[in-house]
Design a protein around this ligand. Structure first.
Ligand code: SAH
Ligand code: SF4
Ligand code: F3S
Length: 440
């Protein structure tokens, strides 16, 4: 009998991408083979995200479009998992309006997938399995990683911060740290397989270690990962400004493998809005922190997340955000329109901002940011940078792309045999989002 084929469609953040790599490992152990093509799949999984409304709506649209395929191929199994499924209301929508979905599971029980598939075969009824409180850490799932040279490694799960706009604490449960021993062993294994770059994942990596019950911090973890032979680069995300310690700044400055890049979401430049967001720092705290980091690590690249149109955001508040981004001079930023998430505190706040105002401010924010990104990139003109070669450019087969330690995307012409290697590139052209150059 030919092997059954599967496909996974992933939305959301690196956490979800990595969860999909774990799901892929589980399915391949069951004998399934990967395909890009939904039409030829026997098993389709949507790994969903609910952080903003557009992520959620995309999934409904896609599932609707699969009704016809499911009718044509009654043996096709359709599964939905991920953060949307941890949200009762979204789960109900799937159960009532998308009845052709066969298996529903959440973020805390990926390891049970083989059992769920069996249960579906035995009963031929929709299988729903959700762990509501998500307190456990399951250690024995490996991952079928997308790349052979860079890897995500979970260091902690969940979040305790409850920023008032954010649904993640409700979908990923309470913060819990993995034992350092497991993390180190996983990375040692990756190094042996030839992996060069590791990205340590957590919603708030700076509070790593708090649930371990003994004294071991994120800085300690970085020191231990830095010792692993074969690993060339260490990245991590995300850092919450309120928890970024001097000890961590010192570790970043001293450890040679830790990349010169920090993603430090600010969300807003207005104290009034930061307070309503429950971010627990002021714009002054944030600016002081940036100054301190740059003093210790002068060339560090800094990126951020910004939300536009949080409830009650006045023109004055928004101008404070524009002023802050001009002061910080970010290297990159993810910008979002505030999206109401049912179940969060901000969803019930008064003075929700009309869409037109959000869009207009959003555009002004981009108009302010892009020249700053360009200016930050100009520093690399005519410089030689070390690049980890990642893939062939989507737009031009002769061009490869990769990243510098600063996280800058570099385009250069070269043979694709170089993918997975570190090369030196001389930069001869600079744009707001990319650097271009040639191998030397
Ligand atoms: N734990 C990470 C990121 C979580 S979600 C952190 O704290 O930085 C990634 C980003 O999505 C957030 O930083 C925030 O900018 C954005 N986001 C979260 N909820 C949102 C919402 N309701 N509307 C718009 N953007 C949101
Ligand atoms: Fe969401 Fe805030 Fe937690 Fe990040 S720190 S996941 S934004 S609640
Ligand atoms: Fe990530 Fe979206 Fe869940 S951002 S944690 S996949 S809600």
């Amino acid at each position: 009998m030919k092997n059954k084929k599967y496909t996974i469609i992933t939305y959301g953040c690196q956490m979800n991408e990595h969860d999909s790599e774990k799901i892929s490992w589980i399915l391949e152990n069951m004998g399934y083979e990967w395909t890009e093509n939904k039409e030829e799949s026997d098993f389709i999984i949507y790994n969903t995200c609910i952080v903003r409304q557009n992520a959620e709506f995309k999934v409904y649209g896609q599932l609707g479009a699969l009704k016809a395929l499911k009718r044509r191929k009654p043996n096709l199994i359709l599964a939905v998992c991920g953060c949307m499924m941890q949200h009762e209301k979204a789960r109900k929508v799937i159960l009532t309006k998308y009845r052709h979905v066969d298996i529903i599971f959440g973020t805390g029980n990926i390891h049970k997938l083989p059992q769920l598939i069996n249960r579906y075969y035995q009963t031929n009824k929709t299988v729903v399995d959700i762990v509501e409180d998500n307190r456990e850490i399951v250690e024995d799932i490996e991952a079928n990683r997308k790349y052979t040279f860079k890897a995500y490694v979970n260091i902690m799960y969940g979040c305790n911060n409850f920023c008032t706009y954010c649904i993640v604490p409700y979908t990923r449960g309470r913060e819990r740290s993995r034992e350092p021993e497991y993390i180190i062993n996983e990375i040692k294994g990756l190094a042996k397989e030839g992996y060069k770059e590791i990205t340590l994942l957590g919603q708030n990596v700076n509070s790593y270690g708090k649930t371990l019950g003994y004294d071991y911090s994120f800085a300690d973890l970085l020191k231990d990962v830095n010792k692993i032979e074969g690993i060339k680069r260490i990245r991590f995300m995300t850092s919450h400004p309120k928890d970024l310690s001097d000890e961590l700044i010192e570790a970043m400055a001293k450890l040679d493998k830790v990349c010169e890049h920090l993603h430090l979401p600010v969300q807003s430049g207005s104290n009034n809005i930061l307070k309503k967001m429950n971010r627990k720092y002021t714009r002054e705290d944030y600016l002081r922190l940036i100054e301190k980091i740059r003093k210790r690590i002068p060339n560090i690249a800094i990126s951020t997340d910004i939300i536009v149109g949080f409830p009650g955001e006045t023109e004055e508040d928004f101008n404070e955000t524009l002023d802050l981004v001009k002061k910080v001079r970010y290297d990159a930023a993810f910008t979002f329109l505030y999206s109401i998430r049912e179940g969060t505190i901000a969803a019930k706040m008064e003075n929700q901002i009309p869409d037109e105002v959000k869009h207009e401010r959003f555009q002004r924010l981009l108009d302010t940011l892009y020249p700053i990104f360009y200016e930050q990139n100009i520093k690399f003109e005519n410089k030689i940078v070390e690049v980890l070669v990642e893939e062939v450019s989507k737009n031009n087969e002769e061009v490869l792309t990769g990243r510098t330690s600063h996280g800058k995307l570099v385009h250069f012409k070269a043979n694709k045999d170089l993918i997975g290697n570190m090369v030196n590139v001389k930069i001869d052209k600079v744009k707001s989002f990319t650097l271009e150059g040639y191998i030397i």
